[in-house]
Design a protein around this ligand. Sequence first.
Ligand code: NAD
Length: 396
Amino acid sequence: MIVKPRIRGFICTTAHPTGCKANVDSQIEYVQNQGEVSAGELKNVLVLGCSGGYGLACRVVSAFACGANTLGVSFERLPAGNRTASAGWYNNIAFEQAASDKGLYAKSIDGDAFSDEVRQIVTDTIKADLGKIDLVVYSLASPVRPHPRTGVLHRSTIKPLGEAVDIKTVHVERGEVTQVNLDPATDAETADTIAVMGGEDWEFWMQALLQADVLAPGCKTVAFTYIGSDLTWPIYWEGTLGQAKLDLDRASRAIAENLRAIGGDSRVAVLKAIVSQASSAIPVVPLYVALLFKVMKEKGNHEDIISHIYRLFATQLKQGAKLRLDDEGRIRMDNIELSDDIQAEVKKRWPLVTTENLGELGDLSGFREDFLKIFGFGLAGVDYEVEVDPTLGRVD
Ligand code: NAD
């Protein structure tokens, strides 16, 4: 079949198999051109949320800059009839192929990472195939979490706290800059968001891995957070998501305490804003990202997902690295995004930006290109008029 993008709001319901492979391959090529980060330091890496966004980039850097075997977990939609699979399904296959071509072990487990069943499958797989893990990357982003112990289905909401917020945003498809009025979250909505995107599940994972004795001495774990500019604080850092991210900080401290027994450590890393399936769904953020990308590209210090994560590994996760930590002990990778000159320029443009001048002041086309790339569209060298088998011959 010929696969075209089919966009519904902030999601694309199709994914292009060849384009997804080209996207993974281009990340691998970037990393290989940058060179090795550390030889032999990371033997085995577990990536929770391995199939897209920051998790996929961590897996690529682990394998292709550190020579690590990787075990990944993600939740995918399989292809069926004339329906394509999720992009992550194609990404995992492309990654596994490239890693095995290099002689590296790479296995992806498709299932709900919030469940105890998947934790059991992962610990069994580590014991059978790898022995012990040196780094656990926790990069899940999900709108829902079925709680494995209570059975309650928690749904996250993206809302401000306390008072309603009237704030600028952009409709990504139409390119219209408008004001949006967001009602504040209830206490129950905030608690649900913490249950989905907070740190409890990360703690469950680290407890299970410790108990199963599959963590190597000195094992590290890292989870990701976003703080960003005060322009987005009303909807992000000071909203429901920010509360969940504070809970991630709490969890990190508790995990670090538990890992001390094996000489390990736990950190939250504050990453820069990029376009991902998760971030596209947050109101206001696409407008901020469009302005940010334009300014960072003009100043020549824009980083995409893979270059940002390469820098994380090369400067902060490498053994003996001098950590750039804030008062909460978080690794700060958002130093370029939050630098004075970048923020001053973004803040100058924020009140001025309108539908008419968005193309001049912001980089909405860059945002849209990155969004389509997530689903394998718009990749150089891919002929989108050629028929492809969405099952890749793997599913009846
Ligand atoms: P993403 O949507 O690109 O990737 C999420 C991954 O989680 C995918 O592999 C998906 O399959 C997996 N996943 C989701 N639910 C799952 C489940 N139930 N079981 C197994 N796998 C599941 O997300 P992202 O933007 O890369 O976000 C990853 C982390 O980085 C999040 O904590 C996010 O807050 C943080 N972060 C993102 C940004 C940004 O701008 N996107 C910035 C800073 C920090």
